[in-house]
Design a protein. Sequence first.
Length: 164
Amino acid sequence: MDHVYEQLVTTYKTGAYKTINAATFIFAIIGLLAFSINLIFAIVLLCFAIGSFFFKKKLFVEYEYQFIYGEIKIDKIIELKKRSTVVTFNIKEVGLLAWEGSDALKDYSNKPSAIVNAYPNTSKERIFVAMVTEGNNKMQLKFVPDEEFLNRCFKINPRAIKRV
């Protein structure tokens, strides 16, 4: 079990999420009540309710990082209900793993153009960038691993991990 580790990066319901959630119900109720008064107005309000329902899902997203025998799998959890895999790669495919803004990251040449953000907008943790340069997934992965996650990555690929 020493080679398996999971880290959950949580978030909280922000004011924007709560406002959009309330707006969803308000638009829906007023839209249903407006059917007897004006059909077009009711349809517009119901469209706003549906739009805000789908938009609020983007405001409450958590991430789970899994380290399994050198394989890293990052899952996105939407509103504590729906889970989807963002990316899977081997830590040996990483050319550099350093915190955002470090000299090692600035000096890194041949950066992949694809950037994947895998952390909640509400996160206050230090952001790390992994340069995945081999395999099918060539990207810059931004995420917020804890110290234990970094230690496990360091054991497999010590040349790529820069903590300072």
